[in-house]
Design a protein around this ligand. Structure first.
Ligand SMILES: [Ca+2]
Length: 152
């Protein structure tokens, strides 16, 4: 784990979860073992079974999430499913509760967020520096990042 991350006590996170950086009151879990890589829907179900959901991207800690994704990417490196879906319009991105995502915050500044058709499942792509990316299929076997509500 890198120095410089603002850490909270781990006491309140569920087993296998760690506090999110930057004081966000949630806990996160990176799943990257080759045998546990799975589709977007199965990843979401696994997070929900923990009482959480796929990670909701947050501008305040996104750079640190990207660093943690790189540190937890496994071998061979995986992409990570996160809690975002593209709508029926190419380039329009939504959180899982339907809230809109500011279109450019989570994309590689060198990458156009419009492309590859509509209805993509959100992933942080290893080949794109762990920025949000809409390539591939929702049924690809990827790692994933769960977020659980902090228990206290
Ligand atoms: Ca697209």
């Amino acid at each position: 784990m890198s120095e410089g991350l603002i850490r909270q006590t781990t006491a309140a996170c569920p087993a296998n979860y760690s506090p999110t950086p930057s004081g966000r009151l949630t806990c996160i879990r990176f799943v990257s073992d080759v045998g546990n890589r799975t589709s977007f829907s199965a990843a979401r179900s696994a997070c929900q079974a923990d009482g959480g959901d796929l990670l909701r991207l947050n501008a305040g800690n996104f750079d640190q999430i990207r660093q943690l994704a790189d540190a937890n990417k496994g071998t061979p490196a995986c992409d990570f499913w996160v809690g975002a879906k593209e709508g029926n319009t190419d380039g329009v991105w939504l959180y899982l509760n339907g809230d809109s995502i500011s279109p450019n915050i989570f994309f590689n500044p060198m990458t156009n967020p419009v492309g590859n058709g509509a209805n993509a499942c959100g992933k942080l792509a290893e080949g794109d520096g762990f920025y949000l990316h809409d390539g591939g299929s929702c049924t690809d076997n990827n790692g994933y990042i769960c977020q659980a509500i902090k228990i206290n």
